[in-house]
Write a protein that binds this ligand. Structure first.
Ligand code: AMP
Length: 124
C-alpha cells in the first residue's frame, strides 16, 4: 500500500492539525485518542512515513524499531499503567479495521479491559 502523505497523523506530525503531544522523541510522537475506548487511551505514532505495523517493520532499521517500542513502554510507564496493566493494539489492514493509514500503537488501560475482541466478553 502506498503511503498517503495527507492522512491525519501525517498532518499532525507536520503541525497542520493542532495536537497536544504527551511524549515525543526522534522516532515517536504520542497523544490522546480523540475517541477514547478506555479511561486511558493514547496513540503512539511513528515519525516515519509507514502505513502500518507491517510496513514499519519492513522499512525501519532495527535501532529505530527498538527505539519506537521503547517509547511505547515509556509512554505506558509515564501514564502510570505499568503496575495496573495495559493493552497494546496495532491494527494492520482491513480485517483489523485500521482507519488511519499511518503506523500507530494504541495504549489502553486505567480499568479492566475485558476480552480481546468485541465478541470475546471473557474477563481475562
Ligand atoms: P485505527 O482504527 O487503529 O486506525 O485507529 C485510529 C485511531 O485514531 C482511532 O481510535 C481514532 O479515534 C483516532 N483518531 C483519529 N483522528 C484523531 C485525531 N485527530 N486525534 C486523536 N486521535 C484521532
Amino acid at each position: 500500500m502506498t503511503y498517503d502523505p495527507h492522512n491525519i497523523f501525517a498532518r499532525i506530525l507536520r503541525g497542520e492539525i493542532p495536537c497536544e503531544p504527551i511524549y515525543e522523541n526522534e522516532v515517536a510522537y504520542a497523544f490522546r485518542d480523540i475517541a477514547p475506548a478506555a479511561s486511558v487511551h493514547v496513540l503512539v505514532i511513528c515519525r516515519r512515513a509507514a502505513v502500518s505495523f507491517d510496513d514499519f517493520m519492513q522499512q525501519a532499521p532495527a535501532e529505530e524499531i527498538a527505539a519506537f517500542f521503547a517509547s511505547v513502554r515509556q509512554v505506558a510507564f509515564d501514564l502510570g499503567l505499568s503496575e495496573t496493566g495495559y493493552r497494546l493494539i496495532a491494527n494492520h489492514g482491513a480485517d483489523a479495521t485500521q482507519t488511519v493509514p499511518h503506523f500507530h500503537v494504541h495504549v489502553l488501560g486505567g480499568e479492566p479491559l475485558g476480552g480481546l475482541l468485541a465478541s470475546d466478553r471473557k474477563l481475562r
